[in-house]
Design a protein around this ligand. Sequence first.
Ligand code: 6MZ
Ligand code: ZN
Length: 363
Amino acid sequence: MEKWGSMPKVELHAHLNGSIRDSTLLELARGLGEKGVIVFSDFEHVILKDDRSLTEVFRLFDLIHIVTTDHKIITRITKEVIEDFASENVVYLELRTTPKKNNSIGMNKRSYLEAVLEGIQAVSTVDVDFRPHNADVGSPRNSPPINDTCNGSTRKKIYVRLLLSIDRRETTAAAMETVNLALEMRDFGVVGIDLSGNPIVGEWTTYLPALKFAREQGLYITLHCGEVPNPKEIHSMLDFLPQRIGHACCFEEAEWEKLKSSNIPVEICLTSNIRTNTIPSLDVHHFADLYNAKHPLVLCTDDSGVFSTSVSNEYNLAASAFGLGRRQIFELTTNAVEFIFADDGVKRELKEIFSSAEQKLDK
Ligand SMILES: CNc1ncnc2c1ncn2[C@@H]1O[C@H](COP(=O)(O)O)[C@@H](O)[C@H]1O
Ligand SMILES: [Zn+2]
């Protein structure tokens, strides 16, 4: 993916546990296998399987969660995932994760999130800016500006913001607990709420009170929308007017019309849609229609570990499947800065990065 290496990127739709490195997942699973907690050979077979239906993907997530639900492991995978995105020149990352409770190991949603925050602070290959700048008024910013020159050497920097996910299996009370946690942790880079999980599970009305409350309190909201055909839910989601939606795969004419007139940006995850068979092939993917209609779009990975992809790979796929050149991909990413969940100061800095990268684009 050399071609995309130098281009600055934003990643707005990445699930923490879905972005785990294959090598880390296998190492952790082998360890649990040796302790007799799981049967490693069963696990290995599922991890290494290439094509999975949406149902199989959610079975895999249950397995991943058995292996990763421990504070130290959550800290480790957070650090690795951020370092991996930074290594392909992602300059702004919105990482989403579902805060989890596991009484048997003394984990609750807050301690889970604290483990994530520890992972962010453990990143060593790049400077991480994760706290909104007005969160620490009077104290120095938590990291220097991008490409700050210190002792003659230039350090790379990545902005990281967190979205807390509500899992569709959760109750209204559990969803509300996640929103309250997000509000409490705003000064630590939590900027919004995501609704995700198996799309055939749960009812929109269950999460609605928590989502409404989140919005009233000023949190940003993005929803997994239309991963399966469910026109009633899709309409309710679009009527809610979230700041962004993910996927938008199983839309009919009326839903397309509503989406286009609403101008809600769509997070497009090409590999994920193809690998889960939500869309049969790229030549019929809705990216092309939305792109031609100049609808706001951003290319994202969804689960870079589970689907063995990267932002560069997604750019490459879009370029070859839809005939886009480097400049068009670059413009798509630059335009996405408008709908990131960050303040104007961050947007301004990102625009500067993109504008200086533009000058080198055709070289
Ligand atoms: C394939 N498309 C998808 N559709 C819906 N939800 C998805 C997803 N991919 C991932 N997740 C959601 O993210 C969780 C894993 O990360 P975290 O444990 O939160 O860090 C999954 O359990 C699921 O709830
Ligand atoms: Zn997703």
